[in-house]
Ligand binder design. Structure first.
Ligand code: ZN
Length: 257
């Protein structure tokens, strides 16, 4: 009798634990799509304050394409085209952003990566699969960091490939800070950036931007695998009117690099 009770209890415990395991873990929260941004939809309705409720680490941009967004430790930083960085107001809005509640499960020490391509290859070698999302964070002193920011646009908005022609590029040597972002699976093409998308913020919070290149020596990358994706689509005429039939992979490569 006692044994049967224990068996029943055991089965109950298994069922109690299983669903939690299957549904627990981080969520990648995303507002709007990368192809909408490429097409020039630079105004969204999601506020920075609302975005912060969905995660404490991430990236994106601001309405009117007013600079690069870095979300770090629950704060939303705006890296303007001038290179200046400040905290974005909670009532400011974003046309594209992705965040998660960062909880790293694994870390890998990178002995040396001469450039961004080498860095991403090294990280790739440590990943069990390319078919899920990963949030990444690298903290420390970077031998070299090359970033960019984008200029605020006026309506009628040009496509992103046109807007980035006037981007500002910043290069830093031996700079302390945090590089963070995501590695997305290839099947999110059109929705988010397949592969790596990284932004940087210096420790003194005075510099940063979208990472174009970097050199890394003896730094540790913290990795958080993500199995859940929460996509929120805009509900405004700009987004509704868009024709998103065309593949924009070539344009995306141009604006990211
Ligand atoms: Zn970016």
């Amino acid at each position: 009798m006692q044994r049967r009770a224990l068996a029943v209890l055991g089965i109950c415990l298994i069922f109690a634990v299983l669903p939690i395991t299957a549904h627990s873990g981080e969520v990648l929260f995303q507002y709007a799509t990368i192809d909408a941004l490429l097409a020039g939809v630079y105004d969204g309705q999601l506020t920075n304050g609302e975005l912060k409720k969905q995660g404490n680490l991430g990236l994106g941009t601001f309405n009117a394409l007013d600079g690069e967004m870095v979300v770090l430790d629950g704060k939303v930083y705006q890296v303007k085209v001038s290179g200046q960085v400040h905290l974005a107001p909670d009532n400011g809005k974003t046309p594209f952003a992705a965040v998660t509640t960062f909880s790293p499960k694994k870390s890998v020490t990178l002995k040396k990566a001469g450039n961004l391509k080498e860095l991403t290859q090294l990280i790739d070698e440590s990943l069990p699969t390319k078919n899920i999302f990963y949030a990444l964070k690298i903290e420390g002193r970077f031998a070299r960091m090359k970033t960019r920011s984008v200029p605020r646009q006026n309506r009628p908005y040009p496509p992103l490939v046109k807007a980035v022609e006037k981007q500002a590029v910043f290069e830093f040597k031996n700079v302390e800070g945090t590089m963070l972002g995501f590695r997305c699976p290839v099947f999110v093409k059109g929705v988010n950036v397949p592969g790596y998308h990284l932004h940087f913020l210096s420790k003194d919070r005075k510099a940063g931007g979208h990472v174009l290149d970097c050199t890394v020596e003896n730094l540790t990358v913290q990795i958080d695998p993500i199995h859940k994706f929460n996509l929120v689509l805009p509900s405004d005429p700009d987004f509704y009117r868009l024709d998103l039939d065309r593949d924009k992979s070539v344009e995306l490569k141009k604006v990211e690099k």
